[in-house]
Design a binder for this molecule. Structure first.
Ligand code: SF4
Length: 466
């Protein structure tokens, strides 16, 4: 067990996550000793200090708290680099949205060379990642500039899956356990949607994203009910994108695809994560690589011309060769976009509870191979985010062909537009013209969501009122 002892609460987040990034296989705990001095100390189980980052405030006056925190992060980082002989691709940046920094600098008039030099020098980010952040921010900005100020996005969560993947920390449940409550869930969802439609009438709906969970666990009739209700309640006059995360191939049927097509869905996701049967078995997905190929063919036959596929690098026992084989199978299918995740195992996941931290030492090469594969398929990176406990402290990147980027994915990362989210566990964010963001969360538990729907609606009404 490594102990991360901080003199201020504000030092804990970065201190703890930096230590976890350098020592991914070790258990770590953090605590605060409220002291006037400024430090983060890191101790191993035997009491030996791994690193002490201490910053004195000069006697002549005030150093801003933010500057002090930055200095301590830098000191701790350098000590951990020297102790482990390793560096982190994203340096001292522990937040989930590094491209937001690039976007802010771009909007402030920075040029690429200055930005990348600063990212490398001030935050110890590798040049490769600094350039990636800038490249993505440039593409995001071109897409976001097309949106008008009255735009809004709608997220709808369907929290059921054919089975629960071992790495999953979302609050979705296995369909078999919830099949008797799915109709109740849809009833509650439609009430929430009706309230949102009334409250958001002054805005222009730009994107709809139905995610989860696995939305296609709904039957074709249930899907028809949901999508018809959306048609009835919301104007699609300003709609730029309509995504349904079909997700698991074992939930996709020609009937469901034709419902999606008939209601104007423009983009779907079919997510293999891996094309290796041994891996699919280990991570608790009840389908085969052949099911993925079949679902993909069905979607093309149904007329979908914007299909995304999600992959995960660093899955248990996967080697570089496995990942290369997966990538070459995906290349043969030729999707329009791919999202390449680095495995992130949280405590809430079954894999996390078993304290298996199967970080592959080859993950860096795997994500480089994925980037090369995306390039061969004519795609470029268009959004990026990081997660807590992400393998190797890397990132998740979405790559897309021209005009096939997922606009909603960018909006959720850059927080430039209000997103109203409904369904269990969803989080709405209202973005005000001055950049202020107000959040509103729905309860995660499916049964509580159904029972407390009036309260969820009231929260939403307050969020959207002028
Ligand atoms: S399909 Fe996605 S949401 Fe469902 S269990 Fe797997 S990781 Fe979780």
């Amino acid at each position: 067990m490594i102990r991360v002892v901080c003199s201020k609460e504000t030092y804990v987040y970065n201190g703890y996550h930096m230590v976890k990034a350098f020592y991914p296989h070790e258990e770590a705990a953090s605590c605060v000793e409220e002291k006037a001095s400024h430090y983060i100390s890191v101790y191993f189980e035997d009491g030996s200090a791994a690193a002490v980052a201490k910053e004195e405030v000069p006697g002549d006056g005030v150093v801003e708290a933010r500057e002090l925190k930055y200095r301590i992060d830098c000191l701790l980082y350098k000590k951990l680099v020297s102790r482990t002989g390793r560096s982190l691709a994203w340096g001292i940046l522990m937040g989930v949205r590094p491209t937001k920094i690039a976007m802010a600098e771009m909007e402030g008039g920075a040029v690429k060379e200055d930005f990348t030099a600063r990212f490398v020098q001030d935050y110890f980010v590798s040049r490769e990642k600094a350039e990636l952040a800038w490249q993505i921010a440039e593409r995001e900005k071109r897409l976001l500039d097309r949106l008008d100020k009255r735009g809004i996005s709608l997220y709808i969560g369907i929290p059921f899956c054919p089975s629960v993947c071992t790495y999953c920390s979302f609050s979705s449940g296995a369909l078999a356990d919830w099949k008797d409550r799915v109709e109740d869930y849809i009833d509650a969802l439609l009430r929430e949607l009706a309230a949102i439609a009334r409250a958001a009438v002054k805005w222009r709906l730009n994107t709809i994203y139905i995610g989860g969970g696995t939305p296609t666990t709904l039957s074709a009739a249930q899907m028809e009910r949901l999508l018809s209700f959306l048609d009835e309640k919301f104007s699609k006059e300003h709609l730029l994108e309509y995504t349904v995360e079909a997700g698991r191939p074992d939930s996709i049927t020609p009937e469901k695809l034709s419902v999606l097509k008939a209601h104007g869905v423009t983009r779907i996701s079919i997510n293999p994560q891996s094309m290796q049967q041994k891996t699919l078995d280990v991570i608790g997905r009840l389908h085969t690589p052949e099911d993925i190929r079949t679902a993909y063919r069905m979607a093309r036959e149904a007329g979908f011309d914007n299909i995304n596929m999600d992959l995960i690098a660093g899955l248990p026992k996967e080697t570089e060769e496995d990942m290369r084989d997966t990538l070459s199978q995906i290349e043969r299918l030729a999707p329009d976009s791919i999202t390449v995740h680095s495995l992130a195992v949280k405590r809430a996941a079954r894999m996390g509870q078993k304290k298996e931290y199967p970080m592959s030492p080859q993950i860096g090469q795997m994500i480089r191979d994925a980037a090369d594969c995306a390039k061969r398929m004519g795609m470029s990176p268009y959004y990026l985010y990081r997660q807590k406990n992400i393998s190797g402290n890397f990132e998740n990147v979405g790559y897309a062909k021209v005009d096939k980027a997922g606009l909603y994915n960018i909006l959720i990362m850059e927080e430039k537009q209000t997103i109203v989210a409904c369904g269990a566990g969803s989080i709405s964010k209202r973005v005000y013209p001055d950049g202020r963001i107000e959040r509103c969360e729905n309860v995660k538990d499916i049964a509580s969501f159904i029972e407390r729907i009036d309260e969820m609606i009231e929260r939403k009404r307050k969020l959207l009122e002028d």
